[in-house]
Design a protein around this ligand. Sequence first.
Ligand code: PMT
Length: 376
Amino acid sequence: SRYAAFRRNHVTLDPSLDISSELPHLRQQQSRITMADSSSSAQQAESHYFTHEPPPKDLKTNTTLAREFIGRHVDEGRRVVLVTSGGTTVPLEQQTVRYIDNFSAGTRGATSAEYFLDNGYAVIFLHRQFSLLPFSRHYSHNTRSFLDYMKEENGQVVVDEQHQEEMLRVLRQYTEVKREGKLLILSYVSITEYLWNLREVAQLMRPLGPKAMFYLAAAVSDFFVPQDRMVEHKIQSNEEFLQGPDGASGASNVKPAARTEGRSLVIDLEPVPKFLKQLVDGWAPQAMIVSFKLETDPSLLVRKAQYSLDKYSHHLVIGNLLLTRKWEVVFVSALDGEKWIRVPRSRRTKSFSGMPSLVGSADQLAKEQASEAEQS
Ligand code: PMT
């Protein structure tokens, strides 16, 4: 309506007016109005979401820990990064038996957290419960059991010789980080738990100003089941046991978003508001914000990363494709445009999980990347 009023005042009142010289100014005004409108609709979506979706039980504990952690690092003048990592679930029932999940093992987040720590950052690691963690990721979630790294010697458990050097390196880094209190680990499971934690921690990080960074590697669901459309009990597959109106296992008159109809399971999800907008404009306006874009179709990746950058006006979008995410990513930013970073073929080692992974330092990698680029 503000745009309509603007048009009425500036254009339509005098149709004979030659407005060509005014066009750039009008476009600027129009884009400002559009941005203001989208900001206020993002605010409304935020307020609706957080009014209707209850906070997780451990939110208070998490915010207390985060407040203490951030306060300490503000005093020490250190940069703080919030790394989000892992998938977000969409529960279909309040007492959740079934849920939809978003793909992510947590490798990107856990690995990046180690690099941030190595570069002097304090790290808040907000991750999906039981996904990979910094440091322990080297020894978990692969086809080996951690016991395979051990052996018995004179009645004692010791690390096998072949793993001594690598484990000592990781252990030293981990011990140092713990001693300095530079890593805070928080967890979530569902999309709603993720968003509550993200919002609270972002607001606590505001006093850091430009010393705050957000590195959003978690795989965030675009769709969810709102609380007021979620059945309480396990969805029944047998019609004889259907409860409540329309098969809802509760007293609600609202049609449940996930329900059985005949012999089919019908799931009717609603969109999760895009919280990146609120993060950039409202929760952490001075922070550096890095988001990720995951696609499976190579022809869409850069376009969608660019679209996200244009829409949210943050600093950097890191694009990756599901099948090649372990060895190539594209950085899309207003400053540098499109820039690919690839792990040279010679360094795409097989990790125990069977996926290639990066080994060695970032400096070494940069040199090898340059030489591979020259050769090709
Ligand atoms: O953990 P790994 O197995 O190593 O895999 C890493 C990864 C592939 C998951 C990671 O590199 C990655 O790409 N993470 C982002 C996945 C994702 O959510 O992409 P998207 O295209 O759906 O969302 C893009 C951005 O929008 C995200 O930064 C997200 O924070 C934001 N978003 C998404 C949904 C939503 N409702 N609100 C948002 O703000």
